[in-house]
Design a protein around this ligand. Structure first.
Ligand code: GN1
Ligand code: MG
Length: 368
């Protein structure tokens, strides 16, 4: 079936009124396929929706994901009624998803008019991103995480991922290990340090929080005009976890001076001014909620999650590029090099970064 016909059919399953007027693919996102579909409504106005085909190789239990999202969005809607939250449509069977004839898993959300940032230079927008993720952490602080399914088990268990990675390096099924000897050596040299937090978490050293687990900066929607955050999106991986991982993943993304897949490593740095701006926004929200231990490990978590993602990209390259969508043959290798380069810079700057975290905490506590 042509994509246009498929989208029309999906829309009719979700009981959308009117007829499809136009559609475009949204290229952000490495896993799912997303389309903005605009309808001409019976009253001739235009209304847009986001159609998403979930990647069921990555998300093996999509019904559980939708159950999690339903729980989380219902909770936020009830407790923060004035705030914008994702709204999913239902089929005539009452499901917030639909399996089409090919076995593809679809969901449909209202389109929220907004902008997102991949790389951002504006420090006030960066601080607002910190605020948005800090606020999200606080919004879910009273939510009972035990009702959530673990949609991808051990998603940020860095230790486990490292062990799997090194067994794949030994297998080397596509003879690609030789392309990445330096990168593998680096991961090997930081293996202990990068596994530390997940080991301690497993032993109960940190509070179990309800976390987002994919806090890329483009998962915050901003108002086009005011540049204030509207909503945190992409709730597929909301699961119990460590607060610092969300913090770390967000700054990994937003304090990088370049794109996540920048091939020219001379352009890739961890920008301490951007880091400070994010801290200001984030810590302002969570200053009374996080423990001293969580605060003290925010920088280690930033390093950890950056190594983890670099390793995940490299793992996918070594295993034949089956997980992340790629635009060209060595895309995952390029992504891995970029993240590992960033991790080295974070490692180099970690004393300064720790100072910034505590300085911003102090300022937030004094109301400065
Ligand atoms: C994937 O596709 P997207 O952008 O939502 C990945 C994240 C990575 C991210 C890196 C389920 O997220 O863990 O950090 O790519 N999501 C999953 O860009 O693996
Ligand atoms: Mg995601």
């Amino acid at each position: 079936m042509r994509l246009f016909d498929t989208l029309c059919m999906i829309g009719s399953r979700f009981q959308l009124p009117g007829t499809v007027y136009s559609f475009e693919q949204i290229t952000q996102g490495n896993i799912n396929s997303t389309y903005k579909v605009s309808y001409r409504m019976p009253d001739k106005s235009i209304k847009s929706y986001m159609f998403q085909r979930l990647n069921t190789v990555v998300f093996k239990n999509p019904r559980e994901i939708m159950k999690n999202i339903d729980n989380v969005t219902t909770y936020i809607r009830k407790n923060f009624p004035s705030e914008t939250v994702l709204h999913f449509h239902h089929t005539s069977d009452g499901d917030n998803f639909f399996f089409d004839g090919d076995g593809s898993f679809w969901r449909v959300m209202n389109y929220i008019d907004s902008i997102t940032f991949n790389v951002c230079e504006d420090l006030s927008v960066i601080a607002a991103t910190g605020e948005a993720f800090g606020h999200f952490q606080m919004q879910l602080s009273g939510f009972d995480g035990s009702v959530l399914y673990e949609t991808i088990p051990d998603f940020h268990n860095t230790r486990k991922r490292l062990d799997t990675f090194f067994s794949h390096v030994t297998e080397d099924p596509y003879s690609r290990v030789n392309d990445a000897t330096e990168e593998i050596e680096y991961i090997s040299s930081v293996r202990l340090k990068a596994g530390e937090l997940s080991d301690r978490f497993a032993k109960g050293a940190f509070p179990v929080r309800v976390t987002h687990n994919d806090t890329k900066c483009n998962n915050v929607l901003f108002d086009r005009v005011t540049k204030r955050p509207i909503a945190v999106i992409d709730l597929d991986t909301v699961m119990p976890g460590m607060s610092m991982v969300d913090f770390g993943d967000a700054v990994r993304c937003i304090a990088n001076t370049a794109d996540e897949d920048e091939p020219d490593l001379s352009r890739v740095f961890f920008d301490t001014a951007k880091f400070r701006a994010f801290c200001k926004g984030y810590i302002g929200q969570v200053k009374d909620a996080l423990t001293a231990d969580e605060i003290d490990n925010m920088v280690l978590a930033t390093f950890t999650i950056t190594v983890e993602l670099g390793m995940r990209f490299l793992d996918d390259y070594i295993m034949g590029d089956t997980y992340f969508k790629t635009d060209y043959p060595e895309h995952n290798l390029v992504r891995a090099r970029c993240q590992l380069h960033l991790a080295k810079d974070i490692q180099k700057k970690s004393d300064e970064l720790n100072f910034i975290v505590h300085d911003e905490l102090e300022k937030a506590r004094q109301g400065r």
